[in-house]
Ligand binder design. Sequence first.
Ligand code: FAD
Length: 483
Amino acid sequence: QPVIVWFRDDLRLSDHPALHEAASRGAPVVGLYVRDDESRALKPPAARSLGGATRWWLAQSLRALRKNLEAIRGTLVLRTGPAASVIATLARDIHADAVFWNDIAQAPHQAIARDVASALASDGISSQIFPGDLLVDPKFIRNKDNRGLRVFTPFWRRVQGLGDPQKPLPAPKKLTSIGDITSEAVDDWNLEPTRPDWAGGLREIWTPGEAAAQARLKAFLDENIRGYAGDRDRPDRDGTSRLSPHLRFGEISPRQVWHAARFAAAEHPRLAGDIDKFLSELGWREFCRHLLFDVPDLAVRNLQEHFDTFPWKCDARALKAWQRGLTGYPIVDAGMRELWHTGVMHNRVRMVVASFLVKHLLIDWRAGEQWFWDTLVDADAGSNPANWQWVAGSGADAAPYFRVFNPILQGEKFDPDGAYVRRWVPELAQLPNDLIHQPWTATPIELASAGVELGKTYPPPIVDHKQARERALAAYAKIRSKD
Ligand code: FAD
C-alpha cells in the first residue's frame, strides 16, 4: 500500500528522514504539499502567512521538487485546504496505509500536525513523525526549570557538547510510482507577482531548489570560506554563504551543512577558525528556532516586558522613507534597496538598518520585522523576530538599548571604499570615499562635481544622528525608570 510523504519546509530529497523511511519500505510513495492558509490562521498563535518574496521562492522551489521527484519516478501532488481533511481524503482515495512527515518545531505547525494525525487515526491510517530541520530537538536543550536557554553562548556550548549530529541520509535512488493522481498546478496558486512583476531582481540572482542549494554550499566551502570570520562583516565583499533562503525552505538541511563544513575543516586545518565561525552562525539559526519553540508569539511580544511601555512613534512618512531607502544615510539606503531588489540584505547591514528604524526613528521593531517578513526571501519565523528583538534590545540575549549604531561610522568601517553604497545608491557613485557615507558634509562644489543635488537627486538626512541618539536614550531612560 502507498505511503504519503507530507512535505512542508523540507523541499528536498536528500537527508529527508520521512522520505527516506517511506522509500526504504519499497511501497509506492506519493509526495504531497498542502497549501493550507485556513488551519494556519486558526491555530493560536497563527502560523504566519508567507510574505511576497517567500511566496515567489516557494513557487520555484515546488517546481524544482516536483522535477526532482519525477526524475526518480516519484510524484508531487499539490492540494489546497485544511491539512487534516486534505491529507485524510487523499490517503483514503489512494488506499494509503501511512503518512510520514518531518517535524516543524513550532507550536502552530505542531498543532496542525496533531489534527492531521488524529484525522488519519480515525480512518485507521497510521502517521509517523521524523526529526525536523534542526540540529537538535528543542526538547533536549533545557535548563533546570525545563525552559529553553536564553543566552547564545551556553546554548551553543550545549549543542556542540552533544557531538556531531547524525550523518545526512542519502536521497532515494528510485521510487515506486502509483500512476496518475490529480494535482493542482503551481501556476494556479498565484504565488508569483504579476502586475506589477517586481520579482525580476529575484530571478536575476537566485535559483531556488535543492541542486542550487548544494552547489552554493560547495562553492562557498571551496572558494569563499577562507577569511569568512572577517569578511562576513563586509557587505562590499562576497564573503558569506548565501544559504539562508535554501535553509529557510529546507532545500538543504543544517546537518548537511554541518557535515560538509566539518569535512572541509578536516581537509584544510588552516580553515578551522573560519569554519567554526560559520558553524556558530548556523548555531544562531538554531538558537532563534529554539527560542521560537519556547515563545511562539516571538514576532509580536517583547521578551523583556518593560519594553511594552516604550514610547514608540507613529511616523508613517519616516517608515516609508526607510522602506524605500530614502533616509539620507547611504549605508541604510543601500541596505533597504538591496533588500527590495534581491530579497536579502547583508547581515551587518540588517543590523544597521534595524537599529536605525528602532533607535533613530523610534519606530516599533514590529513594523520593521513585518517589512522584512514581506520582502526577504529568507524570512524565517524564528530568525527574523529574534534578530529584530536582539537589535531593539527587547530580546532575551539582546544588544543593550544604549548601544546606538552610528550609520556613518558603520558605513566607513564595513564599506570603507563605498563600493556597497555605490552599487545600491548609484546617484552617489561619483562621490569620493571620504564623503560617500555622509554626503551632506560635502561642499556645494564637491556635490556638483559628483552630480549630487541634495534634496533633489538624493535626500538630506531624515534625522540628525546626534539628536536622534539622545532622543533614543531619553526614551529608553523613561522605560528603565518605570522598572
Ligand atoms: P552566512 O553568514 O553564510 O551564515 C550561514 C547561515 O547561518 C545563514 O544562512 C543563516 O541560516 C544562519 N545565520 C547567520 N547569521 C544569523 C543570525 N544572526 N541569526 C540567525 N541565523 C543566522 N536570517 C534568516 O535566515 N532569516 C531572517 O528572516 C533573518 N532576519 C534577520 C533580521 C535582522 C534584523 C537581522 C539583524 C538578521 C536577520 N537574519 C535572518 C540573520 C542573517 O542576517 C542572515 O541569516 C544572513 O544574512 C544570511 O546570509 P548568509 O546565508 O550568507 O549567512
